[in-house]
Write a protein that binds this ligand. Structure first.
Ligand code: ZN
Length: 377
């Protein structure tokens, strides 16, 4: 199929071409001006599971959003995707690739919305009422070409996609209003405000509702549990988690090394083929602090890990599906987790006993073999 979002339609949807030129306030206005988004606005609060500090954000309307990522036997894949048709929200950033372009727009079914709530809620983990949630939920489409994503785009184009992500993170964190929570409270020397959470879902089994390749960016007025875990690790051990991993993860579990990053299987692999991409300069907290070489290596690392996952999953009888999470913020040293859906989560996992049906030694060998063959081509 040759579906794509036609550039003329994209230009009509484009209300801003470069995210560097707008402030958080501008993005807020742009979101509020689209009534389609406000009709799918979330419920506007989060609650805390007091046992483990997980934040639960509610959007009771989100279940009704369209899905085109269902198996063919359930729904024949015939109608073009909503992104390629251009029946989507206005564009906030657009950058040319060697073929086509990448762009950022607003999520029509957001988990966060710029409500007129207080931005810096005092959060008590035992509060039954929870606290107001506020922010934005944006989407970055890797390419306007339906079939193109990290695994099959030229790595130079992947680097541009990563650069735009870094720039978006910078705009959100450094141009926000003074009433947003300051990260100085969490030990960030820079004047950043709010939190930016970046993920990728690929495949219907792990929450990807649309096939067209994309990343999700949430701008939040509270810190997610995993960022808090990174920060707590640093406080407990007086070292950042990424530093600990770079020093202590067994050398045999290193899969690929780059100038400024390293791709590893963690010694505590929870699911077969979990991988971490660790940036070697662990003093950096935010993507926008990465230099040109680091952005390039991060893009290459994403491409390598995703290619390996998509190659190996069918070989082990699994439908390709994975998540990527970016660990940035007050507790980083920056690292990314690649989490292929190689095994279901069962009752023991919910008890905190994780049963993993392969060992890091085996998967590391398979990954090294894949990369050896791949680089020989
Ligand atoms: Zn599409």
């Amino acid at each position: 199929m040759n579906w794509q979002l036609d550039e003329q339609i994209a230009n009509e949807l484009c209300e801003n071409e470069n995210i560097e030129n707008i402030t958080v306030k501008d993005i807020e206005k742009a979101i509020l001006s689209e009534t389609d988004i406000s009709s799918f606005a979330p419920d506007g609060y989060f609650r805390i599971d007091p046992r483990d500090n997980h934040r639960i954000v509610y959007n009771s309307k989100r279940a009704k959003r369209p899905h085109d990522n269902k198996p063919k036997e359930v729904k024949p894949e015939e109608k073009p995707c909503v992104i390629c048709k251009g029946t989507t929200t206005k564009i906030l950033d657009k950058a040319n690739l060697s073929k086509g372009y990448t762009f950022i727009n607003k999520n029509l079914f957001p988990i966060l919305f710029p409500f007129n709530h207080e931005t810096n809620p005092s959060v008590n983990e035992l509060s039954i009422d929870g606290a107001p949630s506020k922010g934005f939920h944006l989407l970055q489409w890797s390419s306007n070409l339906h079939e193109m994503d990290w695994h099959n785009m030229p790595v130079e184009d992947c680097t541009i996609v990563m650069q735009r992500l870094c720039q978006l993170e910078k705009s959100l964190l450094t141009q926000s209003n003074p009433e947003w929570p300051s990260n100085k409270d969490w030990g960030d020397e820079q004047d950043t405000r709010g939190f930016v959470s970046i993920i990728k879902n690929y495949g219907r089994l792990v929450g990807g509702s649309l096939v067209h390749g994309h990343q999700q960016i949430a701008y939040l007025n509270f810190m997610g549990k995993k960022s808090r875990d990174d920060l707590d690790f640093e406080k407990r051990h007086n070292t950042r988690f990424s530093s600990f991993m770079l020093k202590n993860n067994p050398a045999d579990f290193m899969i690929k090394e780059y100038e400024t990053a390293t791709l590893v299987v963690p010694y505590f692999m929870r699911r077969p083929y979990d991988m971490f991409l660790l940036m070697k300069d662990t003093s950096k907290r935010w993507l926008f602090e990465l230099n040109e070489q680091e952005v390039k290596d991060m893009a290459q690392g994403w491409q390598d890990a995703i290619q390996a996952i998509l190659h190996i999953m069918p070989q082990i009888g699994r439908e390709p599906a994975f998540n990527v999470t970016v660990h940035n913020g007050p507790g980083a040293g920056i690292y990314c987790e690649f989490l292929p859906y190689t095994q279901e989560w069962g009752g023991y996992e919910h008890q905190g006993v994780i049963l993993c049906q392969d060992i890091p030694e085996n998967v590391t060998e398979n990954l090294k073999t894949f990369f050896a063959k791949n680089s020989a081509i």
